[in-house]
Design a protein around this ligand. Structure first.
Ligand code: UDP
Ligand code: MG
Length: 253
């Protein structure tokens, strides 16, 4: 079965590009943490959650690849291409959050404020969105773009989902290049956080908050780093090579 229509693309016409089944799944019955948890969501929020796996009955374990990197490092572009060529479903944490906000949920304003500050929204919300999105596909392998963003994201994933990722693809791009790329698209699209002030905060927060996450995954040998301040096709040659080598038997489900 072709999975092409399961991909969550980056881009401006967000709601049209998220398949309606995924959109309906993720915007319904979202369980929000208490308001106090939302209020505490700050760049430094690192409330540790238990890491012991507590997989829910019936949730099939998938092979998960996290694609992480600073804003403007090219995650969405490369994930689009992997999804197209390998038929792997691709879920963008940022786009799922924007879709939830656009659906008019009561917490939308609070979530939008957090995003405009370049901060990270409560992990329970993001992990809930990702779980619902993953439940829409039977593929045993999924790509997740832009998650985890901090230590708390990772530990909440571990406790809520119950299994860890197989691989972390880290897109390494100099701050200055990311900044120029994002400023280049600033004001062109529908993303309110693509303004200079927020972009600078996103870059700064990425660097400080991802460090403990990367330390953890490096220690267990899960990180593959790719330099992404190169032409898209050059980066993709490397990314697709890694994919082929790692998931040689992956076929579109
Ligand atoms: N975001 C979040 N948690 C996530 C992913 C995204 O809180 O797991 C928020 C965060 O405020 C981030 C924004 O959504 O700055 C946009 O994320 P996205 O991945 O779309 O964009 P990027 O910063 O990678 O360009
Ligand atoms: Mg993105």
């Amino acid at each position: 079965m072709a999975l092409a229509n399961h991909h969550l693309y980056r881009g401006h016409s967000l709601l049209r590009r998220i398949p309606s089944d995924v959109r309906a799944a993720v915007t319904s019955r979202i369980v929000f943490p208490r308001a106090s948890v939302v209020a505490q969501a700050s760049p430094m929020a690192t409330a540790a959650a238990p890491e012991a796996p507590t997989a829910q009955a019936g949730s099939a374990q998938k092979r998960v690849v996290f694609v992480v990197g600073g804003p403007g490092s090219g995650k969405g572009t490369q994930c689009d291409m992997l999804a197209r060529d390998f038929g792997v479903p691709f879920f963008s944490a940022g786009e799922l959050i924007r879709s939830l906000i656009a659906s008019g949920c009561p917490e939308g304003k609070q979530l939008q404020d957090i995003i405009l500050q370049g901060h990270i929204i409560p992990s329970e919300v993001t992990v809930g969105l990702l779980q619902k999105a993953m439940a829409t596909t039977t593929s045993d392998t999924v790509l997740i773009d832009g998650f985890p963003r901090n230590h708390e994201n990772r530990t909440v994933w571990a406790s809520q989902v119950g299994y860890d990722c197989d691989m972390v693809l880290l897109f390494d791009c100099p701050d200055e290049v990311m900044l120029q790329r994002l400023l280049g698209r600033a004001g062109q699209g529908s993303r309110a956080d693509d303004n200079e002030e927020t972009i600078k905060k996103r870059v700064k927060n990425f660097k400080s908050q991802m460090e403990p996450v990367l330390e953890h995954y490096r220690a267990i040998g899960k990180v593959t780093t790719i330099r992404t301040d190169r032409p898209i096709a050059d980066v993709y040659a490397e990314v697709s090579g890694i994919w082929r080598q790692r998931f040689a038997n992956t076929t579109a489900a």
